[in-house]
Design a protein around this ligand. Structure first.
Ligand code: C5P
Length: 397
């Protein structure tokens, strides 16, 4: 997916530097080449040898190393890539970048480059919230620097809050989006996929037969068109696609929280088969089998994520797409569902057992929009996904 792309990857000094190793691995797995640059502080956390072996490249460390200047000057190095990535971007590096300081190889490359720059900040929550950092971030954003994170979470220093570096998958997805040439370049699309599992007790759950194939295929097709995709998936059989920001959930309630956290998005595709009900009070311990006694389960309604997002008064994605798995009167039922849910499009499919669609590799869909319905011929789930992704790209313009 990133075949032929060249990334200059600056590794700053912070405990999150270990994640740079996985970023390099992930980028290479997608066909990109990576040239690492290690700051002095960064070398306290990862060794040049580790980076060099994983990147399959020389690691650049010192501005005043004459051999390097003869091999490749710092100006040339800064421009030989398609994208410059800083991971982790420390408060110090952000400060230097925002204020035009260039006193080591990394900061000099960042000043000299004519290529887009993406930073993944990582620092203590107080440092992130400090007015100086926030001022620098604002300046850098107005200079066109791209940001991935930071996210909220627990930190190596024992504190909790914003400042934790994004996970390697997210950074790779952001790199993919920054390098994309497709019609969805710069667009953020949220996709839900797979079933949800609703616990009965710690070992038992209620589930459904969704394989997650169609959702995965849609996410992959959107990535191929250049979108930054956040993929929120329940426990699905289908592997998640590469190049997405992956959020794994179990229950409908967790899926709703993850969806809300992933917004804003330009479009949202709700392909998940969310359980309609959960067990009202799931047991905290395993329900014991007792001879002659059958447990009674009481259900509670799950939140309708599609309906909730479709009715958002602020921050609603411009295009909200729902799915309808129907077994009869597909068009009439799906048209009614579009109105009931308040979404823009409904992708309806006939999942009566005879079709073999649920869990199979093909799908026969009807797309319901405000203009009416169009029925597509039966085709592979990947083709359905590509066609839908092209339609989404056209709608987002
Ligand atoms: O109501 P029904 O489950 O048939 O609607 C299917 C559509 O609604 C799908 O797009 C599914 O992802 C979404 N949905 C949801 N939250 C629920 C139930 C369904 O987002 N609790």
């Amino acid at each position: 997916m990133l075949a032929g792309k060249r990334v200059l990857l600056i590794v700053g000094g912070g405990i999150a530097a270990f994640k740079a190793v996985d970023v390099i691995r992930g980028l290479r797995a997608q066909g990109a080449s990576v040239t690492p640059v290690l700051t002095k502080a960064g070398s306290e956390f990862v060794t040049p040898l580790t980076l060099s072996v994983l990147a399959g490249s020389k690691v650049y460390q010192d501005l005043f190393d004459l051999t390097e200047e003869i091999e490749m000057g710092h100006i040339e190095l800064s421009r030989s890539a398609d994208l410059v990535v800083v991971t982790p971007a420390t408060a110090d590096l952000l400060g230097k970048m925002a204020n035009g300081l260039a006193n080591d190889l990394a900061s000099t490359l960042l000043m000299a480059t004519d290529k887009p720059v993406l930073v993944a900040p990582a620092m203590n929550v107080r440092m992130w919230e400090h007015p100086a950092t926030q001022r620098n971030v604002k300046l850098l954003k107005s200079d066109g620097v791209l940001f991935c994170g930071p996210v909220e979470g627990s930190m190596a220093c024992g504190e909790f809050g914003f400042g934790r570096m994004s996970e390697p998958d997210e950074i790779i997805a952001a790199i993919g989006a920054a390098l994309s040439e497709g019609p969805l370049k710069g667009k953020h699309v949220l996709v839900t996929s797979g079933p949800t599992h609703e616990p009965i007790d710690p070992v038992r759950y209620i589930a459904n037969r969704s394989s997650g194939q169609q959702g995965s295929a849609i996410a992959a097709a959107l990535v191929a068109l250049g979108a930054h995709v956040t993929f929120v998936t329940g426990p699905a059989d289908a592997p998640p696609p590469q190049g997405v920001t992956l959020v794994k959930v179990e229950t409908a309630a967790e899926m709703k929280t993850a969806v809300e956290a992933a917004l804003p998005a330009d479009a949202a595709v709700f392909a998940a088969a969310v359980a309609d009900w959960r067990v009202a009070s799931a047991s905290g311990s395993k329900i014991k089998k007792e001879a002659g006694k059958l447990p009674t389960l009481e259900f509670a309604e799950n939140p309708d994520i599609l309906k909730t997002v479709s009715h958002m008064s602020e921050g609603r994605p411009r295009l909200v797409v729902g799915f309808a798995a129907e077994t009869d009167d597909v068009i009439a039922n799906a048209t009614a569902k579009r109105a009931r849910k308040g979404c823009d499009w409904i992708v309806a499919n006939d999942v009566s057992p005879a079709t073999g669609i649920m869990g199979g590799s093909e799908n026969a869909v009807t797309l319901i929009t405000e203009h009416g319905s169009e029925t597509w011929e039966r085709m592979g789930k990947a083709e359905v996904a590509e066609r839908l992704a092209r339609k989404i790209a056209a709608a987002l313009g």
